[in-house]
Design a protein around this ligand. Structure first.
Ligand code: C2E
Ligand code: MG
Ligand code: MG
Ligand code: MG
Length: 281
């Protein structure tokens, strides 16, 4: 490398960096009004019991209906909102909207199911988070047993007392807790020993590997038996075909979720009577 090259590389890099932070800043600025402008929407993806494929839960997945950009996926704005702290307000909106929707389904006479809501680390670390969940349940009238919070594995790295206390207080409310993206993060086995989650969700990457290589099968079946021996149920994420489903059923996986059953859809587009009829899903 000559000095000239280096300078040139640096210039390009820094320009890219500027563009990226400009993009982030504009996302951050526009996110401020997204809730008020009613641009945030929740899609819902069915989770079905195995082997009967009966609907057992829906996972709420956020999208940003942006006037110029169209439907922005969560990966494009959730990390920005976590950095800026906006996730706290967004997360409360998600929790409230998802619980209200689940209560509405129940009030329409559908058999009760759980609503699963993704929770960011930042939210979980708010000192008043347990109180927030409690008041959302009161405001929406949803019974706590129909709410499940999905916690992403990376947060569990911190085995702090305050985190453990929050998780215990959440369970005392009567809600359930699951570990999302299991197998990709950093959950230590000692954490599983100290604190009991209701379910773990096996990350989609392992389900994808079921068809490709033997290791996917070995890892998936080992996670299932580990979870079962610890008294937790298992959900497989990202089931896309019959072969994956057949394998998961042979391993006694409790629940499944994925495009094979249904993509995430707005609440009004779900044909609930059909989803509740296991023979026709
Ligand atoms: P996640 O919680 O692991 O959610 C599952 C993701 O996998 C969703 O992506 C879903 O659309 C996708 N998926 C489901 N089945 C299949 C399949 O069969 N094949 C493939 N290829 N993908 C499938 P999505 O909706 O883009 O969400 C991405 C991530 O964003 C979520 O991963 C979650 O961690 C985060 N997220 C979504 N909504 C929220 C939210 O309200 N709050 C927070 N904090 N995070 C959220
Ligand atoms: Mg999830
Ligand atoms: Mg998640
Ligand atoms: Mg996941």
């Amino acid at each position: 490398y000559t000095k000239k090259h280096k300078t040139h590389n640096y210039a390009v890099y820094s320009e890219e960096l500027d563009q990226r932070s400009a993009y982030k800043l504009s996302i951050e600025r526009e996110l401020k009004t997204a809730i008020a402008k009613q641009q945030l929407v929740l899609y819902y993806q069915p989770i079905v019991a195995l082997p009967n494929t009966k609907l057992s839960a829906m996972e709420a997945l956020i999208r940003w209906n942006h006037p110029d950009l169209g439907m922005v996926p969560p990966d494009h704005f959730i990390p920005v909102s976590e950095e800026s702290g906006q996730i706290v307000a967004i997360g409360r909106w998600v929790l409230y909207t998802a619980c209200l929707q689940n209560k509405a389904w129940q009030d329409q006479g559908h058999p009760p199911i759980k609503i699963c809501v993704n929770i960011s680390t930042i939210q979980l670390h708010q000192p008043n988070f347990v109180q927030t969940v409690k008041s959302v349940l009161e405001e929406t009238g949803l019974d706590a047993k129909w709410l499940e919070l999905e916690v992403t594995e990376s947060i569990l790295l911190e085995e702090t007392d305050s985190l453990k206390q929050s998780l215990c207080a959440l369970k005392e409310l009567g809600i359930s807790l699951s570990i999302d993206d299991f197998g990709t993060g950093y959950t230590s086995l000692s954490y599983l020993r100290q604190f009991s989650f209701d379910r773990i969700k096996i990350d989609r990457s392992f389900i994808e590997d079921i068809n490709n290589e033997l290791k996917g099968k070995a890892i998936t079946s080992t996670i299932i038996s580990l979870a079962h021996r610890l008294g937790m149920a298992v959900v497989a994420e990202g089931i896309e075909d019959e072969a994956q489903l057949a394998f998961l059923q042979s391993e006694r996986c409790n629940e499944g979720q994925g495009y094979y059953f249904s993509r995430p859809l707005p609440a009004e587009l779900h044909d609930l009577p059909r989803l509740f009829n296991p023979s026709r899903i």
